[in-house]
Design a protein around this ligand. Structure first.
Ligand code: SAM
Length: 241
């Protein structure tokens, strides 16, 4: 998976994706990351890339030309014949979900465009953006954190990035259920013991218990997800209790 990020703050992205699992994935070239500073494509002698909004109003708007030139630079560098998937991070986009992460993980190249200030001139967005994506119904100062959130979620689905590929398959949102509760050593913490079944070594019972816990937890915390879950009649009863 190759990520290309168009941003005014490349150092934020570079630092953010340099540690732990993603850092190792980059070392192994399972994912690559290229950042392009939109400011490098400013046509202004003071390297300005924003201006006042037409029609008035608060804040500044990122200008179309530097963004378009930065995009053309990336496109040229990549030399890809296939049309590029260009994701604009915006609170006005489709909300990012695990399902969307799975869809994006199938691509070979992804370009992220990070806005700042009041956003980006609409005319360049119309020309280059294929997907408008939001990470939730709140407004952040820039698209850098949202792009990192997306790259993190997508990278976990790239084969080899997680040590154990199974772990991406059976966690929260798989089958529209939240994951069951997890425990590790010691067996007792502040008087509370780990559920007996997890110590039994009986994998059938452990799977059954975990599935039931997933249903209970989802019913308690995210009942909205259950509509899309594939539940047996018994599980539907458990969810209602
Ligand atoms: N004026 C814009 C509006 O009301 O829709 C908000 C601009 S926001 C302050 C600046 C930039 O942060 C946006 O261009 C976008 O790239 C990013 N951003 C803010 N909130 C976001 C969210 N929830 N999801 C994705 N990107 C977001």
């Amino acid at each position: 998976m190759n990520y290309h990020v168009l941003t005014l703050f490349p150092e934020m992205i570079e630092q953010g994706l340099n540690t732990s699992i993603l850092g190792r994935a980059r070392e192994k070239n399972l994912i690559t990351l290229q950042t392009t500073n939109i400011r490098d494509f400013s046509t202004n002698k003071h390297l300005k890339v924003d201006d006042y909004p037409y029609g008035g109003g608060a804040g500044m708007v990122m200008q179309a030309e530097p963004v378009y030139k930065a995009y053309e630079h990336v496109k040229e560098q990549m030399g890809s014949e296939k049309p590029l998937r260009v994701i604009y991070l915006t609170p006005q986009g489709k909300v990012f979900t695990q399902e969307l992460a799975e869809e994006f993980a199938k691509e070979e190249n992804l370009v992220f465009l990070c806005g700042h200030y009041e956003g980006i001139d609409e005319r360049v967005l119309d020309r280059i953006v294929t997907d408008h994506v939001s990470i939730g119904d709140y407004v952040l100062t820039g698209g850098e954190l949202p792009s990192m959130v997306m790259m993190d979620a997508i990278s976990r689905l790239v084969p080899g990035v997680l040590n154990n590929d199974v772990s991406a398959e059976i966690e929260s949102f798989h089958d529209n259920l939240l994951e069951y509760p997890q425990y590790t050593r010691p067996e007792e913490f502040m008087g509370e013991k780990v559920p007996e079944v997890l110590l039994s070594g009986h994998h059938g019972n452990i799977d059954k218990w975990r599935r039931e816990q997933s249903v209970i937890r989802t019913a308690q915390r995210r009942p909205d997800l259950l509509k899309g879950a594939n539940l047996t009649d018994k599980e539907k009863r458990i969810a209602r209790e």
